[in-house]
Design a protein around this ligand. Structure first.
Ligand SMILES: CC(=O)SCCNC(=O)CCNC(=O)[C@H](O)C(C)(C)COP(=O)(O)OP(=O)(O)OC[C@H]1O[C@@H](n2cnc3c(N)ncnc32)[C@H](O)[C@@H]1OP(=O)(O)O
Ligand SMILES: O=CC(=O)O
Ligand SMILES: [Mg+2]
Length: 361
């Protein structure tokens, strides 16, 4: 945890910096869409994507060639200055804190586009000390540039130490907006033996018990069902608990098999069901998947509204379609109803869909 006392926690870290937020706004962020601002073809598509995606993220770290680091930083400044992002948030991913580029990333971006930047994603965070460093530096830069709203910090959970320290990372600063899983770097750092960027692995499985013959001997060579397991379940669950504890937001990360839209959707949905609010999109085709998966389904909202209507003041127990509903299941339903309301505010199509749902008795 931070060394600061409770009273100091919400004081600015530099004279003239904006006041830290007491609550992190629940802004829809189903897809955080990555683009390389040094790639002219990609960058040219960004203005046309506004309104179709919740977050556009100018990536400066991995996936940007070393020779293009300066062009990416300058490209992001140019795009941000020239563009009205409307309802779409603008985030960036800066280079790692031990890299030769990160200081220039921060000292360039904050004065140039600090008012437009909603969130800075910090990669390879190891512990609270990394967040404290960025926190103070941002406060100094915000004060110098006269920025009026605090820029929030999002950490990528992609080192073994970061996972071990996940609680202190979430609570390190009032700027903490959320965490994303970084399965590629995390796999490397933990010395896991998968070379995939996110997703499952056919070797990580549980096999059905062998049948037995009449004498009770195991038939280990018999045909047996196998059940592929999720390599990321433990980390995502740990991340979700840490984020919920600290009032910030958990996200899945990259799914590198761009062509496998089916497995991508499965991975996203597992994260949604476990409590994540969004995911990364690396390619335009992943945006629609994320928007679909991270928006509650019509069936879920229809059911949730029925429970809300039936539960009256929220106490007691009722039966709906043969199932018991009570205060706890009402709270589960309210999670979905609240999310649907937030999404309807920024997504007119979704609003029409949710408005058309009839609540049956
Ligand atoms: C482990 C991590 O750190 S993950 C995060 C870092 N990685 C990234 O940010 C990767 C971002 N994505 C990309 O670089 C690219 O999408 C790649 C390399 C995966 C695939 O690129 P391509 O082979 O060019 O994809 P493809 O040919 O299908 O692209 C189709 C069109 O979409 C454009 N496009 C591709 N990705 C993006 C994107 N992320 N944003 C906007 N436009 C894009 C292409 O420029 C192309 O445009 P065109 O039709 O005018 O030619
Ligand atoms: O940055 C993301 C990762 O998976 O590594
Ligand atoms: Mg990474």
């Amino acid at each position: 945890m931070s060394h600061k006392s409770a009273k100091d926690f919400f004081r600015p870290l530099a004279v003239g910096a904006p006041l830290p937020l007491r609550e992190i706004p629940a802004r829809p962020s189903r897809a955080i869409h990555f683009f390389d601002p040094s790639n002219e073809k990609m960058a040219a598509k960004i203005p046309g994507m506004i309104g179709t995606v919740d977050v556009l993220l100018g990536n400066l770290e991995d996936a940007v060639k070393a020779d293009n680091k300066v062009a990416a930083r300058e490209g992001l400044v140019k795009i941000a200055q020239a563009t009205d992002f409307g309802p779409t948030q603008l985030w960036t991913r800066i280079n790692a804190l031990d890299s030769p580029w990160v200081l220039d990333d921060l000292t360039t971006l904050v004065p140039a586009i600090g008012e437009k930047l909603d969130v800075i994603m910090v990669p390879k965070v190891q512990g609270a000390e990394d967040i404290h460093y960025v926190d103070r530096l941002l406060a100094q830069l915000e004060a110098k540039a006269g920025i009026t709203k605090p820029i929030l910090i999002h950490a990528i959970l992609e080192t073994a130490r970061g996972v071990a320290n996940v609680e202190e990372i979430c609570g390190a600063s009032p700027r903490m907006q959320g965490l994303s899983l970084g399965p590629a770097d995390l796999a490397a750092d933990r010395k896991m033996k998968t070379t995939r960027v996110g997703g499952g692995h056919p070797g990580y499985l549980v096999r059905q018990d062998p049948p037995r013959d009449a004498e009770g001997n195991s038939q280990i060579d018999a045909q047996r069902a196998i059940f592929q397991q999720d390599l990321w379940h433990y980390t995502i669950a740990k991340m979700v608990d840490a984020c919920a504890t600290h009032g910030i937001y958990p996200y899945y990360g990259p799914f590198g098999d761009i062509a496998d839209v089916v497995a991508c959707e499965d991975q996203f949905r597992n994260a949604f069901l476990l409590g994540c609010v969004g995911t990364w999109s690396l390619h335009p085709k992943q945006i629609a998947i994320a928007n679909r998966v991270f928006s509650p389904s019509v069936e879920d909202i229809a059911h949730a509204r029925r429970v809300v209507a039936a539960m009256g003041d929220g106490t007691g127990a009722v039966m709906i379609d043969g199932k018991m509903e009570d205060d706890a299941s009402l709270k589960q339903c309210l999670v979905l109803v609240a999310l649907a309301e937030q999404l309807a505010e920024i997504d007119p199509e979704l609003k029409k869909t949710y408005d058309a749902i009839e609540v049956t008795a």
